[in-house]
Design a protein around this ligand. Sequence first.
Ligand code: ADP
Length: 384
Amino acid sequence: MSAQNTQDQLLAEIKELKIQLKEAHDTLEAIHSGKEISVSQEHFTLLANNIPQITWTNLPSGQFNFFNKRWYDYTGLSFDATFEGSWGHIIHPDDLLLTGEKFNQSMKTGEVFEIENRCKRNDGIYRWHLNRSIPFKNENNEILFWIGTATDIDDQRKSIEKKDEFIGIASHELKTPLTSLKAYLQLISNYKKEVIPGQVKTFIVKAESSISKLQALVNDLLDVSKIQTGKLDFNQAPLSVKELIAGCAENAGYMFPDYNIIFNAAADVSVKGNTERLEQVLMNLINNAVKYSPLHKDIILSFVKEGNQVRISVTDYGIGLSTSQLDKIFERFYRVEVKNRMAGGLGMGLYISMEIIKNHKGTIGVQSRINKGSTFYILLPLLS
Ligand code: ADP
């Protein structure tokens, strides 16, 4: 064999060795990543099976491909029954349609799936669950699969229901004696007016004012309870926006003599609504503007036509709200936590206002900056 031949053969052998090495390397990598996958799968299953919630995963098509142990324990379903059966087995018939709609909507849009519904336990009892599912995406933002959890919130729901029931009964029971108390006070103040000493008259005025505050509170509680039971309904008729705001501005002028209630009126427009309820909303906004603006005394009311809607605004230059607070102030019983704050309240006003405006097919919102002030606005559809 010539030297040239030996060199060629060696080169060929080196090439072959290189190929084999590459293959071995690839195989090792595959084994290694395979191990990682199986370790992470084990990790996931261990985690999923040891949390108190029901967990599942599903493909972007909506097809379920995993349920944790909690699911099988809770539902009593076998593996086969789980994957063969439909949701109708587990979800309460009254919640089925909405659950299906929301789920399909999420699968279509990639939006987080969230719904509270009743799921049947292995003994046939339905318990409320909070279902949430989030998409897991790759680096190209494509959804690989969805991870869902169902948390048992039955006890919380029941205690909220009990609290709502209590609020309903308590406010109802308080209303009757309060009304007669007010009537008796009126009788006392009118009885032999000329002989009532001045000091007693002052006491009567103070008692009347306290009773009015109590009545307002009880009425708010009653409204909250009506909203909860879906009974906050009222008649609606065409009304003038200018007259509505002018009435409230006049009222507020008497109620808050230290403040400048400024009404910037525009050309009148009409909406369909309930005057009393819309007054309630506006007076609540004005009341808040006063309450949360202890130093700056200007409160500006205005309205402007915007397309087929009217925008009614109440502006103050008071303590304002931070962005995180803005999201929550329309929630029931929400109050911004401020130490040593003097302003009283139970966090019902804006919640009730929002429900009233919703019933008018309108929207309510706020623009605000901390320490600069707030503008609460209402958008109502115009009468065409
Ligand atoms: P309440 O005033 O009885 O607490 P509301 O539902 O009317 O209840 O208001 C909820 C919360 O929103 C208030 O506690 C307050 O923190 C905040 N808020 C409402 N109006 C204003 C305003 N004009 N300026 C600043 N904060 C406000």
